[in-house]
Write a protein that binds this ligand. Structure first.
Ligand code: ZN
Length: 145
């Protein structure tokens, strides 16, 4: 008998905006030099003032939950129920899965950015940036369910 193969990773949502150094996960956030607007995903032109005088900065590793919900009816490839949260981090509000959570996260909950599998496809797991409550420390790849 051979060991079962490591499941393939088909793709990573937001891979171009996600940095990982093994311990920390951060995102790329665009800051407008003209009006101080902030954007995620990053962009070349500010959506508030149309300036192209923008720069990309690295986000914090931790954010705060603004709102959260449990998705009970999932699109194909996603395994319901799962938790989605709007998270305020480095001046932007992102929508992220919280794969280690089994219920919606209370507003104000501190979370850490991570990368975790969020869905399955015929080619393998789909990874994405995700969040884990600080008091519920992660397997870095979000393996628990
Ligand atoms: Zn602007």
């Amino acid at each position: 008998m051979s060991a079962s193969p490591t499941p393939a990773v088909a793709r990573q949502v937001g891979a171009a905006w996600t940095q990982q150094d093994g311990e920390r996960t951060t995102l790329t956030v665009t800051v407008c030099r003209a009006c101080a607007g902030r954007w995620f995903p990053p962009r070349d032109t500010c959506s508030t003032c149309a300036s192209d005088d923008v720069e990309d900065v690295t986000s914090d590793t931790r954010g705060t939950v603004y709102a959260s919900s449990v998705v009970r009816t999932a699109p194909r490839g996603f395994q319901a129920p799962y938790v989605l949260a709007y998270v305020d981090i480095s001046g932007v509000r992102i929508l992220a899965h919280s794969p280690s959570s089994d219920r919606a996260l209370t507003p104000g909950t501190e979370v850490e950015l991570t990368v975790a599998p969020i869905a399955d496809s015929a080619e393998g797991a789909v990874l994405s940036y995700a969040v884990t409550p600080i008091d519920d420390q992660p397997a870095p790849t979000g393996e628990q369910r």
